[in-house]
Ligand binder design. Sequence first.
Ligand code: PTJ
Length: 251
Amino acid sequence: MTEIPRDHHRYCSLLAREKLVAAGDLVAGAGLIAHGRGEAFDYLLGERTTAPARRAIAAAAKLLVNAERPVISVNGNVVALAAESIAELAAAIPAQVEVNLFHRTPERVSGLVDLMAADGVVALGAKPDFQIPGLSSERGKCCRAGIGTADVVLVPLEDGDRCQALVDMGKTVISIDLNPLSRTARAAHVTIVDELERALPLLVGATRSSRGEKSTGSSGGGKGSKFNNKTNLEETINIIGNHTMKASGTP
Ligand code: PTJ
């Protein structure tokens, strides 16, 4: 991994790129492109966690701790960037972790399961025995004990088709996606529009706080909740507009 000087003003951003590259084939080629898209939206958001993102994090935490069978779905980008935070979140909820890939190969799944094991997580995914309805064979493979029978699924950096397919299965879906216009962002019940590595520690903290409130019932983004994903995304898009105007010097 190329050493990035700590005082570089884009240290975090450059380090993230290095982590993705260092993961080699465990990150899909398309994953590097997806990361670049995320970086562009992060720029437009001002590279900070916005107020709507914080509300989404609070709603997501409540849903996760009140779930009966919560599952965190991880892909190549997520493991390469944030395996340790995923392990902390899985312990805090507690939740199962499943490696579930868009560009699935047995080698990538087992390599990513091994990386999660290095952080103490026994991740599902290596022996898929369930098919998500409506998705072509490889993309729809998952584990019955994980995503197959989950009631709440956290899908960071997810493809739009798969997010919609999980919603269509009746699951409550939480996404983390820097693009507030993506199909994933719009299909999920709760979308955290924030950078993965920034959002996860906040979600871990919110999850720990929400555990004490578990018995008071869910007020996340599911049925009957006060959280409104559409309104939250609209507010985020306005933040991008305002930030861009300000940066361009437009009065
Ligand atoms: O490892 P695989 O085979 O499962 O493939 C993973 C990718 C990411 C390639 C796959 O899921 C994919 O194609 O995803 P999309 O459809 O490109 O969607 C990824 C979304 O994540 C995009 O909307 C990006 O803006 C967003 N994104 C990228 N990097 C980050 C991010 N959001 C938050 N934090 C990031 N670091």
